[in-house]
Each structure stands twice: as structure tokens, then as C-alpha cells.
Design a protein around this ligand. Structure first.
Ligand SMILES: [Zn+2]
Length: 250
């Protein structure tokens, strides 16, 4: 962990390595049973474990993200896309000042993705390669076998299970509920509406959460950490020229 090192230790690392892991997430409602920090707490745990196994430095988690769509639920701390993008970017640029050119952002909140993608493209043009890792995508092969479709929504059994595996003391399963999200009256196939969570659910849970289990959460954690370690090792070995933007075609 970078923040646990002295500057002398950090110098030693930065002199010999060109890779770092940066977890980001959000602080937003995750139903009555899960902590508000779910998305950044999960990202942090995955990033720290993978960093340990792959021998890469891991930064502190950036806890606030793009989640104004959850704001009607108390305690959601939301920041704008622009502020989030710039904050993460400047953290990456600070790493780059010490020679880091490969940065793996471990993102725990889907709503952050457009901002992160925009930032990653911008930094690639500045010769910094930022990849974005998301656990639910990393486990996409096993998740449909572990969970029914109604268990896979926001704050439902899938996410609650990962919390139960990592932070059981922060989950209150007595409060877990199952709620079918409401369909908006204007909804048809192919339409995207600028809705908030509260337009669709009373509890904040999209689907079934009462069936969550630590055992399934552990399987997800192990699978996604393995995937992330593999990615970090591939990036470590990759030549920086192969990661950079290509020149104009002739
Ligand atoms: Zn979440």
C-alpha cells in the first residue's frame, strides 16, 4: 500500500516498477442491508489482494463516485462526472511524475465507467496506459451459474454475497429485502431514460437479496482476484510501445 510506505520506500518501488493499482468506487445506497461504502469497499479489497499477489503497489481507494442517481437515499455522497474524472486523472498524473506508465483502475461502481473511459483515452494520448477492471465483468462467466437473473441487480444477492464474504460485520441480513424494480410508464425496448434509483425501487434493491451467501461471494472474490493478477502480470510484461496510441496510418 503506497500510503503505508515512507517516501524512501516509495522511491525504491518507483525506480524499479512502472505499474500501480488504483481502486475507485462510490458511497451510495445499497439497500437496507448493505453499507453505503459497498462499491469502494469491494474495489479496495480486490485491488489490495491482487496487488499483494502480483507484487504491485496499490493506492488508497477513491471512495466517492458518480452516483447522483441514488441521492434520494440518505447518505449517498455523489460528485459530478467532471470532478470525478479530473480527480482520478490527477492522481494518475501524480503517479506518472514518478515514472508510472501503466495504471490499473479497479472500479467498483458501474456509474463511474464512462468518466473512467474518457480519462483513459485522454491519458493514453499522453503515453500513460490506464486499464479499467470491474469485478462483475471479470466474473461474467461464473455469475450466471451462481445467481439467478433476479439476484444480479444493484444491491441484490450477487453484490450482497461479495459483501458477506469480505465484510460480514457490515451486512445486516435481517434487513435484506426482495423487490421487483418498477418499470417506468414510458419504458419500451431500446429506450434509455434519465431515471433515478428511486423511480424504480422503494428499498434501493433491484431484485432478490435475501438469498445472498458468503460462500458464493468467496467464489466470486477468488475468481476475480485471479483474473486481475493475470492482467497485472500481462501488463508488467508488456512493452510500453505496444500499449501506446498508434501513429497516423501511412
Ligand atoms: Zn454497487
Amino acid at each position: 500500500m503506497l500510503h503505508e510506505m515512507s517516501w524512501v520506500e516509495a522511491k525504491e518501488y518507483f525506480m524499479k516498477a512502472d505499474i500501480a493499482i488504483l481502486p475507485v468506487g462510490s458511497n451510495e445506497q445499497h439497500g437496507p442491508q448493505n453499507p453505503l461504502g459497498t462499491d469502494h469497499l469491494i474495489a479496495r479489497a480486490i485491488a489490495e489482494e491482487a496487488a499483494k499477489r502480483a507484487g504491485a503497489v496499490c493506492l488508497q481507494v477513491i471512495p466517492f463516485g458518480v452516483s447522483s442517481h441514488h441521492k434520494q437515499f440518505w447518505g449517498t455522497i455523489y460528485i459530478s462526472t467532471r470532478t470525478f474524472r479530473n480527480y482520478v486523472k490527477e492522481a494518475c498524473l501524480a503517479l506518472n511524475y514518478y515514472g508510472i506508465r501503466k495504471i490499473v483502475v479497479v472500479n467498483g461502481h458501474g456509474g463511474n465507467l464512462p468518466a473512467l473511459m474518457e480519462m483513459a483515452r485522454e491519458l493514453r494520448a499522453k503515453e500513460i496506459f490506464v486499464s479499467i477492471f470491474q469485478w462483475w465483468s471479470a466474473a461474467s462467466k461464473i455469475l450466471p451459474d451462481l445467481f439467478k437473473p433476479e439476484e444480479r441487480g444493484h444491491a441484490a444477492a450477487e453484490e450482497t454475497s461479495v459483501n458477506l464474504a469480505l465484510y460480514p460485520h457490515l451486512v445486516n441480513m435481517d434487513k435484506a429485502v426482495d423487490e421487483d424494480p418498477r418499470k417506468h410508464t414510458a419504458q419500451v425496448e431500446g429506450i434509455t431514460l434519465p431515471l433515478d434509483t428511486v423511480d424504480c425501487t422503494v428499498s434501493g434493491v433491484f431484485g432478490k437479496s435475501t438469498t445472498a451467501s458468503a460462500e458464493r461471494g468467496k467464489r466470486i472474490f477468488e475468481a476475480v482476484v485471479n483474473e486481475l493478477v493475470e492482467h497485472v502480470n500481462l501488463l508488467k510484461r508488456a512493452k510500453i510501445e505496444d500499449l501506446m496510441q498508434k501513429p497516423r496510418v501511412k
